[in-house]
Design a protein around this ligand. Structure first.
Ligand code: PLP
Length: 382
């Protein structure tokens, strides 16, 4: 009796592994992407009150009508695309389930899907669960953009492409030119696009663009997002999918058997989240920009090579000035010897050597935590 072959290659996620190592060494944990403060009280209070008042029974399969209405309102305002709560919106158990439900519900066994590497680790496993075939295109340092010819080749014969913008772990925000090419290729090869936009509100000094708004793309794009990052509630796992009625049918056909529905009180809390005023997002962004700057400047000062993150709450730094063999050796050293945990990004690459010079730091921590991490990292320079 053992793990099914399709999941054997993935083992335990690197996040669990690094968090355990961080705990063993009492390290400042800049590995996993969760903030050290919980999101707005109004959201949590609304969910708590909904749990106390009840009913606490199954929500409808596509999500509470009030929440879907809010998602549709917000999406329509941001994209300018007419969005119908019943036909276009599905509430899922975090973006993770949205990704799995979209792949399982929309891809046939053997279908090819283009993934950019480095990639968020659930993509690869979700492709395997859908019995689909991944085709990889590398985002190359230092700008973490792709090569046009490589992307064109990868799209030949593909059924789908997954675009994560803002991008974890590189902090790259896809620009207009990149998305225009992706949109062109989707139409040329009749592909669907899955977009993971969980960091849509975490963009610094640039704009977040939605692939679904490109001409001809709304009908073939599955837009996915969630509450976790935007409202610092990563433990809630409330996410959503916005897609054409036809694609929505496919997504729901998988969602109904993966989770059926999402915890009812949390969906009430999510309504309160989506009703927060614009000032919330401005303050949220500027507080993360300050943390990004603190960590970026501190790392540059220590001798790392860093390109400031354009979005998300991660940055990739080049650790090679310190002379370690690869990213894993580097991360183990700084966790065990200096008490700072980070992620070795080669696990997010199919071609692992691309990740060897790099280290991923999360900056979704308090300024005191980031300053302490930087103080400890001074051990790298004696
Ligand atoms: C790119 C990306 N997509 C999806 C997720 C997961 O989102 P959720 O917690 O809503 O499932 C994460 C979490 O780290 C992420 O970084």
């Amino acid at each position: 009796m053992s793990t099914a072959r399709r999941l054997q290659p993935f083992g335990t996620t690197i996040f669990a592994e690094m968090t355990r190592l961080a705990q063993e060494h009492d390290a400042v944990n800049l590995s996993q992407g969760f903030p050290d403060e919980d999101g707005p009280e109004i959201i949590r209070r609304t969910a708590a009150e909904a749990a106390l008042a009840g009913p606490n029974q199954y929500a409808p399969l596509p999500g509470l009508p009030e929440l879907r209405a809010e998602i549709a309102r917000v999406f329509e305002a941001a994209s300018g695309l007419p969005t119908d709560a019943n036909a276009h919106v599905t509430v899922t158990s975090g973006c993770t389930e949205a990704i799995a439900a979209s792949m399982i519900g929309l891809l046939n066994p053997g279908d090819r899907i283009v993934l950019f590497e480095p990639y968020y680790d659930s993509y690869r496993a979700a492709v395997a669960m859908a019995d689909a075939v991944p085709v990889f295109v590398t985002l190359r340092a230092p700008d973490f953009t792709f090569d046009e010819a490589e992307l064109r080749r990868a799209c030949e014969g593909a059924r789908a492409i997954l675009v994560n913008t803002p991008h974890n772990p590189t902090g790259h925000v896809y620009g207009r030119e990149e998305l225009s090419l992706i949109a062109e290729l989707c139409q040329q090869h009749d592909m669907i696009a899955l977009t993971d936009e969980v960091y849509e509100h975490l963009v610094f000094d640039c704009e977040h663009h939605r692939l679904s708004t490109w001409p001809g793309m709304s009908e073939r794009t599955v837009t996915m997002s969630s509450l976790g990052k935007t409202y610092s509630l990563t433990g809630w796992k409330v996410g959503w999918v916005v897609a054409s009625p036809e694609l929505t049918r496919g997504v729901r056909s998988a969602h109904q058997f993966l989770t059926f529905s999402v915890p009812t009180p949390l969906q009430h809390g999510a309504v309160a989240a989506l009703q927060l005023p614009p000032s919330y997002y401005n303050e949220f962004r500027s507080s993360f920009r300050a943390r990004r700057d603190l960590l970026t400047e501190g790392l540059l000062d220590l001798g790392f090579r860093v390109k400031p993150s354009e979005g998300t709450y991660f940055l990739l730094a080049d650790h090679t000035p310190f002379g370690f063999a690869d990213d894993r050796t580097f991360c183990e050293h700084i966790t065990r010897e200096l008490g700072v945990a980070a992620i070795p990004p080669s696990v997010f690459y199919e071609n692992r050597e691309h990740g060897h010079p790099l280290v991923r730091f999360a900056f979704c921590k308090s300024e005191a935590t980031l300053s302490e991490a930087l103080r400890r990292l001074r051990g790298l320079i004696g």
